[in-house]
Every structure is written in structure tokens, then in C-alpha cells.
Design a protein around this ligand. Sequence first.
Ligand code: ATP
Length: 310
Amino acid sequence: MTNNAITIQAFAKINLSLDVKGVLDNGYHIVEMVMQQISLHDNVTLTRSSGDGSLEISLTSTREDLPVDSSNLAYKAAALMAEKFPEIRGTLNIHIDKHIPVAAGMAGGSSNCAAVIHGINQLWNLNLTVAQMNELGAMLGSDVPFCIMGQAAASDNLRDNFAKDEMACHCALATGTGTDLIPLPGLKAYIALSKPSIAVSTAEVYKGIDNEIISIHPDNQALIEGLRNENMEDVHSNMINVLENYTLKVYPSVMYAKDMISTLYSNGPVLMSGSGPTVFAVCSTKEEADGICHAMLPVNKESFSVYTTR
Ligand code: ATP
């Protein structure tokens, strides 16, 4: 990190639970979900140089299929910050070293967006709190505030600055449209992730779920108590994602990945993250997670052995 450049680790997330509570008139869904940050991350580097006039933004990425124009969430974050803070001028280059699978249900784009908000806060000495950044992040996407909180707790170049910020955390309960967040003690686990090579649209899944009959819901209060008391039985038995009722039915490769991991592994929950298609297993040892990852790689080349951040 220099005065003119900073690299932020932009972490992915998984959902320990996901429940849909209702739909608003505008089509937005009311959710209740527990989100957990994991070690898999992109590195987002921001480099500024001074100048007058409006902020000139450029974007580069290691993944050729990602947009580098104003449709990229990282670009949108910089544009929003420049609109809100007139002192943000000159030029800004954003480089995304991408490792998180795209359109996977792991908030990759939202995390890049959060990293740019954090990076600008540092490079222009705005001294914003996590809660203040969350308000800006919520304008760009419902997963962005959680990513801001997680990066404040775990990113190397941010952690010390936010040590006393009560919203910096690795795990949280999200309610409303996903942007009302309460920090929680995190789950300490190794995670095997496997993403079938399809892209699943979050919007399609939320639309589709309205027509499904959902018989089993997570008891999020019991899950939260389990996290607080480190009672893994309560945590594991409430790890339920109601969006599986749509995605597993419509996308056979997601069902196949879940069934295959469940056959290989019976010591912990196997669940879809977000709207999918990524499926993960919660393991108590690195060896278990490595073993599942190794077995899944011939089926889904985007399979990873990671751990929850803490
Ligand atoms: P979420 O879990 O928040 O729903 P996701 O993991 O399912 O997100 P993303 O990886 O964020 O999905 O990508 C969703 C879409 O956003 C893709 O079609 C992608 O082209 C677009 N996108 C825009 N900016 C980015 C970015 N910086 N990184 C990844 N995808 C981006």
C-alpha cells in the first residue's frame, strides 16, 4: 500500500441459510439469511493520480469475459463515490485479479464493488465508518453491504483501521432486502466448493421461487444460537436454502453436484449458496475439504478447498 495505491482482498461469501419471507410490490423479495465470508478472494488494486475535473475511471481485469465499462459493479462503485464526494477527482485505475467464479452465488461482483468503496475511502482519506459505506453500497446491490463488513474485518490493508468498528465482521444475519445486517460470531469450518459450469441468474431464481411450494424453512434463531454457543448440531440442522426448491429442479447439473458431494461426504451439511449454482460442504478438517474438492474437479473445474474467514 502507498498513498496512491491500495490492494483490497475482495472475499466471496456463502449462505449458511436463506429464507424468503415475502415479496414487495416492486418485485423485491424479503429475505432472512445468514451470510458467512470465506477465504476465496479477488485482489482489487486501486491506483489514483491527481488532477482536476471529474474523476476519470479505467478498469482492467484478468478475466476477459468481464465487462470493463460502466456496467462493471466496480466501475459503478467508483462513479457513485465521485458523485457523492466532490473531492474525488483526477484518475483512478481499478485492476481486478479475478479468482471468484462469476455468476456463482458467491457475490463476486458485489465484493469487487465493496472493495472499490473501501479503496476510495482509504485513498482519499474520507474516514467513513462501515455503516456509512454500507448506505452507499446498498444503492449498488443487496450483497454489497455484507461484503463491506467482511472486508473491514479480514482484508490485510483494512483490518487494523476497523478494529473498533462494531459493524466489521465475518458473518451476519441479513433481513429486509438483504441490506439490514446484524453481525454474528462466524462459523469456523473448512469448505469444499463446487460450481457447475453454468451461469444462474439471481433474478430468474427469485422470480421462479414465487411459484414453488416451500415445505422446509430454516430456523434462523436456532442457527444463530448455535453459532453463539458453538453448538454445531443446531447450526448444521438449520442450514437450509429455500432457493434450492427452484434451482435444483430447473438445473440438473446443480442437483448432480449436490447429490455427488452428499454421496462422498456425510459428516456435515451440503448446501447451495445464494441462488446457485455453487454447492458447498461444511467440513471440520482441511483434509476432508481437500478430498471433496479433488473428487469434484473432474466434474466441475471450478472446485475449491477453502475456509471461513475469522
Ligand atoms: P450474488 O451472489 O451477489 O447474486 P453472483 O456471485 O451470483 O452474485 P456475480 O459474480 O456478482 O454473481 O456476477 C453477476 C453478473 O454481474 C455477471 O453477469 C457479471 O457479468 C456481472 N458483473 C459486473 N461486474 C462484475 C464484477 N466486478 N465481477 C463479476 N461479475 C460482474
